[in-house]
Write a protein that binds this ligand. Structure first.
Ligand code: ZN
Length: 95
């Protein structure tokens, strides 16, 4: 039987899951990237402070939605969201 990888399947496993703030799906941590807000900017998590997760699916397929939600949720200024866009681009090229 083919096992489909969806949030229900993951929920049933023992792996700890985290919620993607964009699509609100729950995924194992290796499918998520961890970020934080620092000085009004969204950056990769530096092991300090509050953090949040976004799944690779959202980052790769829906960058516009990702930016929009981040702007609304954390009140990020548009000049700072450009930097965040660059971070996302780097993530794409590095795999
Ligand atoms: Zn997501």
């Amino acid at each position: 039987m083919k096992k489909q990888l969806n949030s229900d399947t993951i929920r049933g496993s023992k792996e700890p899951t985290r919620m993607c703030i964009i699509c609100r799906g729950r995924f194992s941590q290796n499918f998520l990237l961890r970020f934080q807000v620092k000085n009004g900017k969204v950056i990769r998590y530096e092991n300090l402070g509050r953090s949040f997760y976004m799944c690779k699916n959202c980052i790769e397929n829906d960058e516009k939605k990702v930016k929009k939600i981040v702007i609304n949720k954390f009140r990020i200024k548009s000049k700072n969201i450009e930097e965040f866009g660059n971070i996302l681009k780097e993530l794409d090229t590095n795999g």
